[in-house]
Design a protein around this ligand. Sequence first.
Ligand code: ZN
Length: 690
Amino acid sequence: MSPRAGAQNLWSDADAKAAVERYAGQGVGEDLALRTYTARLLGRDPKLVLHGGGNTSVKTRQRDVFGEDVEVLCVKGSGWDLATIEPPGHPAVRLEPLRTLRRLNTLSDEDMVNAQRQCLLDSTAPNPSVETLLHAFMADKFVDHTHSTAILSIADQPDGARMFEEIFGEQVACVPYVMPGFDLAKAAGDAREANPASHGLVLLQHGLFTYGPSARESYERMIDCVAKAEAFIARKSSGWRATPIAAADSPAAHEVLPRLRGALHRAAGGRWPGRWILDLRSSPIARTVADDQRLADWAGRGVSTPDHVIRTKAGPLIAPRAEPGRLDDWAQAVDAALAGYAADYEAYFARNNARVGGGRTQLDPLPRVIAAPGLGLIGLGKTATDAAIAGDIAEIWAETLVDAEALGRFEPVGEADTFDMEYWSLEQAKLGKSADKRLARHVVAVTGGGGAIGAAIAKAFADEGAEVAVLDLDAEAAEAAARRCGHNALALQCDLTDAAAVDAAFARIAGRFGGLDIVVSNAGMALTGMVAEMPDAVLRKSFELNLFAHQTVAKAAAAIFRAQGMGGSLLFNASKQAINPGPDFGAYGTSKAALLALMRQYALELGPLGVRSNAINPDRIRSGLLTDEMIQSRSASRGVTADAYMSGNLLGQEVLAEDVAQAFVFASLMKKTTGAILPVDGGNVAAMVR
Ligand code: ZN
């Protein structure tokens, strides 16, 4: 059995009172305030609910447009997460018409969703949960629903109902598996009425509902039931042992993941989205399952609760075990494993689509979780957030599975029910409605990302949906820039003139996101002085950062691009000095001119790998290289105002860091352009490329 921190009763009178007072200030009544408070307590524990799973409700009264007090059900709205839910996350629906629906014999999912929306007091509110009718058909004031891992370890047993009887007696009733919707709501409502003394209902192979007259009772019954289930598992499951496959050490994640990412790209074959963000979990539970001799058996059993299928598919791909020094052979074996997974998935779709009479649209046949022996469980997603959700659910699946196997046999809901959830008409209706951002699924590294221009570049790529790594010598500046790019952005302190440090930073990036697609090699330094009188050391220092550091970065990136085999983009921040020298800027201009030659060499050498190499030539941008004092002294020496100096170009407009950032974004999107130099200087004839 896996070690677990047991379910904790987090109720606090003081916190509850504070929530009531806080929400009262927003015009929210006590019932909904307490509903919000305990919903958040449930949402805080990943062993109860994960990523939008679970739902909660309260029956209360609210005033409608006529000023009449009407009985409403405030029930979790779609798109809200219990961990962070606020009062608007439980939209109010008129209760009486919902109760009346119970008289019907059948109700399609579409009609149910429509009927629920018609009952909303606020027409702009999100869709009420698909389990709204279940909440409505129970008379209890507060109703709480979770997918607790401990409950699922028992609910996913062949004789789960008998075990629950042993644990709970009359306190909890069991409802056999029915897919969420009208039929389940009726079955649960009936079971509730047939068991008037009960505190909760277990939906077999799905999860647990508890209820009560107060928020506190309903919540504490949930915690009590889960704690009893945990104690039962602890008592009955002492004999379970992991049986790891004995093997030599595995190669490091940063070597394995880019090759895995490349294999996914090949498997997609241009027909399906081919670029994925990877999130490796090497926690003890992830390793326990991924390394066990029984993995192949377990991987075919299914998801622990059906709505996880949307995030993880029915089971993980099992990757072959990677051996150090034989990674190319391994990548070929992954290709074969992926082809097998996709063929199985297509057969599963065809079989079940025929069973339901056809008409479903097949989803891509690629996995969302990969079990990699020697490494752990890997979540896949079109963003780092989605990959993390798949990874979290994979770890919870592993926990549920191990506890269930320790207790008896993990036997979750079967193929047909899993398919019905994955291809639910309500899920199918969402297909194609949300377009990816232009650089979603891409990983970009920005060097000198802590400076004014670098930070603007990092932000521009993040805004286009890319996952961002910010490298800077200044750790705090890197962190500040990364924070502006969202919570998944990676900040890396790195001295770019230290090759080992650069390699380590790129290993971190590949280990974190699974690979790399774009590098903006931006860091630079302007040392001034007449070149004829310049000490060699100054010139060499300039070349260290303005040429050799770019080479070190490009080399590290090229190694990842090569391992992935899915192209790539090298973007260098050169300078107009590389083409149009200015007095006293010899050290800068010569090193930047060499950088342009380096850019072209990479275009030549890596073109056959689909890697593009381009340079941007910005000029006169306010930044660490052109400070306000420098602007003052230069404009004064030319006898013009600072503004006139900054807008002294053909367009007559100052060029901003954001303009440079947009040029890098566009250059990354120009799929058939390599070896090019793009000026971003507002127009300067002397700096035009010829
Ligand atoms: Zn559920």
